[in-house]
Design a protein around this ligand. Structure first.
Ligand code: ZN
Ligand code: ZN
Length: 325
């Protein structure tokens, strides 16, 4: 089968590998669509474990099953990381801090024609797609779930002003979810195409990120790795407000400590998604509450993965890039 091995952002190699063999309790999934995550193109982060077959936003068809719960022919989304549900983090509802969640993955990775799903992922991380949900939409369950989790953590409420810095695909998902919560949403980006998209997907106001942002928000969600966005977040956060680092820059952030103290600010982060978030994301997609379909701007064969990564790294006239093995 064809796989794509990541060495760095400009060196992704196509290779052949045998189709993995499954064991008791496991399933084999033929990948039908595989999204490129923004974090896969965060070179400083990914290069540490390279070379590696990345990809964790997949949907596909079960073609072989040794699990009693699932059978061949079912259309599914599979979560690459699953929690143990028994450690102290899981029991406190902090599943994304679970060591098991960080260790596990499917084999060999989402940029592949087939994946072997280990038993623990089969038991806690397989979601059957309802008939109305396409494979393309299935690839958006994980990214949407990450946004669901972030918004839950910072408790976005009706009537609040939410400032979303960066209108790439994660910004667009955060815009839609914040609107669903009844918030007023202001979104930024440096790219006019993405500003237009932000408007299309429901932002009440869009501002070019290279202008001075004259706004005070109850919640600021940083959805870009641009360092300047973090500075803007601290300039625009209202008293008692919360800054969510949904995306992060690759260097440390100086915290404006006096402002933090006087204004009682909170800065927090959100990593990944827990099963409850994935379930919620699938429901939002199935009920057409969130439009994920139109966030997919590029579809390419797996063999053109390098081109896909270039599009993601360029971050211009694109939102989601989906690969088709
Ligand atoms: Zn992702
Ligand atoms: Zn755990």
């Amino acid at each position: 089968m064809l796989v794509a091995k990541y060495y760095n952002n400009s060196d992704i190699r196509l290779e052949e590998m045998p189709v993995p063999k499954i064991g008791p309790g496991e399933i084999l999934v033929k990948v039908a669509a595989s999204g490129i995550c923004g974090t896969d193109a965060m070179e400083w982060y990914r290069i540490k474990k390279a070379p590696r077959i990345l990809g964790h936003e997949i949907a596909g068809e079960i073609i072989e099953s040794q699990s009693r719960r699932y059978k061949a022919g079912q259309r599914v989304f599979v979560s690459h990381h699953v929690p143990c549900n028994t450690c102290k983090y899981c029991l406190a509802g902090n599943h994304t801090a679970c060591p098991t969640l960080h260790q596990g993955n499917y084999d060999p990775g989402g940029y592949s024609e087939f994946i072997r799903v280990p038993k623990i992922n089969v038991d806690h991380g397989v979601y059957v797609l309802p008939r109305g949900v396409t494979y393309d939409e299935g690839t958006m369950i994980e990214p949407l779930a990450c946004a669901v989790r972030g918004l839950r953590l910072i408790d976005v409420r009706e009537g609040q002003t939410v400032l979303i810095l960066g209108s790439g695909v994660s910004g667009i998902l955060n815009i839609q979810l914040s609107k669903l919560k009844g918030a007023r949403v202001v979104a930024t980006d440096i790219n006019p195409y993405r500003l237009n998209k932000a408007k299309e997907f429901g932002a009440d106001e869009v501002i070019s990120a290279d202008k001075k942002l004259d706004i005070l928000a109850d919640k600021v969600i940083v959805c870009t790795g641009a360092f300047k966005a973090v500075e803007q977040a601290f300039q625009c956060i209202d008293k008692k407000g919360t800054v969510l680092l949904f995306a992060i820059p690759d260097k440390d952030i100086p915290l404006p400590i006096p402002d933090f103290w006087r204004n009682e600010l909170t800065v927090t982060s959100s990593y990944g998604a827990a099963p409850a978030d994935l379930k919620e994301a699938l429901r939002l997609i199935a009920d057409q509450k969130v439009n994920v379909k139109d966030t997919i701007t590029h579809k390419l064969p797996l063999s053109k993965i390098q081109e896909g990564f270039n599009v993601v790294v360029e971050a211009k006239e694109s939102l989601k890039v989906v690969l088709v093995p």
